[in-house]
Design a protein around this ligand. Structure first.
Ligand SMILES: [Zn+2]
Length: 276
């Protein structure tokens, strides 16, 4: 509705689109409080809602994402939450504290991800290029999101076997896997120590644009390419792991499947064409 303009203006969409409801978003304002990064509050007298965001979030990508996350709560959850929402850093980064709220936080994140990074445009940007820090930076700049948000979108979009592993102070907080990695049962549990020879554990000097190929036994029983991002502010590391061995096996298998299906289709259709 607003054309293919990137980064998407959450503020504009929120203010214009929600006027069709009786309780629209009436303002988006800064709120410098230590308890949350973003919030959705009811404005009872005016009969609408306010989206608040914490200006101490330094990265503009984080602010954009936080606003979009709150707009997601507005669309999906406001009727069930008359008191509104207060969301912290853990929520915005994909891990909510309380189990009961986890589903809603995940939905708000998903909304933000699709609003800011439409999948068709994202696929066009990434195409078949190898993932690298430069490519992540390009996506983060284009969509006005953090590297983490861009990396998670790639994990969702890619057919490759890959995972994002987020760690704090050397211990894994959470991981997100591509569909191929889920099928390969690759998983890194919360609380696990980062592998000692991983780029994330070795620190910023080990970081390379195209990532570092680590030998079998570091992250996995096979070689893994690790692209690491170091977020000093939260003592956090984000490792984008690409499992190259599985890509070859996976791609070969999928190509065969497609060809087989096409062959069968053509062989079953061809005789009918003659009769038609
Ligand atoms: Zn939230």
């Amino acid at each position: 509705m607003w054309g293919p303009h990137f980064p998407v203006s959450v503020e504009r969409i929120a203010m214009e689109y929600t006027t069709r409801f009786t309780d629209p978003v009436l303002k988006i304002v800064e709120a410098d409080v230590p308890t949350f990064e973003g919030a959705l509050y009811p404005l009872r007298k005016k009969g609408g809602w306010a989206i608040l965001f914490n200006p101490t979030i330094t990265s503009p990508g984080r602010i954009n994402y936080t606003q979009a996350h709150e707009l997601g709560h507005y669309f999906a959850h406001r009727e069930h939450a008359p008191a509104g929402f207060e969301c912290g850093q853990r929520d915005v980064l994909g891990e909510a504290g309380q189990a009961a709220l986890r589903q809603q936080e995940r939905e708000a994140d998903e909304f933000a991800s699709y609003l800011l990074m439409p999948l068709d445009d994202f696929r066009a940007q990434v195409a078949s290029a190898a993932m690298s820090l430069d490519l992540l930076r390009h996506c983060a700049d284009r969509y006005g999101v953090s590297y983490t948000a861009a990396a998670l979108k790639w994990i969702e979009a890619t057919e490759r076997c890959a995972a994002v592993v987020v760690a704090t102070n050397g211990f894994i907080s959470w991981c997100r896997r591509s569909k191929a990695a889920e099928r390969a049962r690759i998983y890194y549990p919360s609380g696990m120590e980062l592998p000692a020879r991983s780029v994330a554990a070795l620190g910023g000097t080990a970081q390379r644009n195209e990532g570092t190929v680590l030998p079998p036994g570091v992250w996995h029983s096979a070689a893994v390419r690790e692209i690491a991002i170091f977020a000093d502010r939260y003592e956090m590391t984000i490792s984008l792991l690409v499992f190259d061995h599985d890509r070859m096996a996976g791609d070969g298998w999928q190509d065969e499947e497609v060809e087989d299906a096409l062959d069968r289709f053509e062989s079953s259709v061809a005789p009918r064409r003659i009769f038609d």
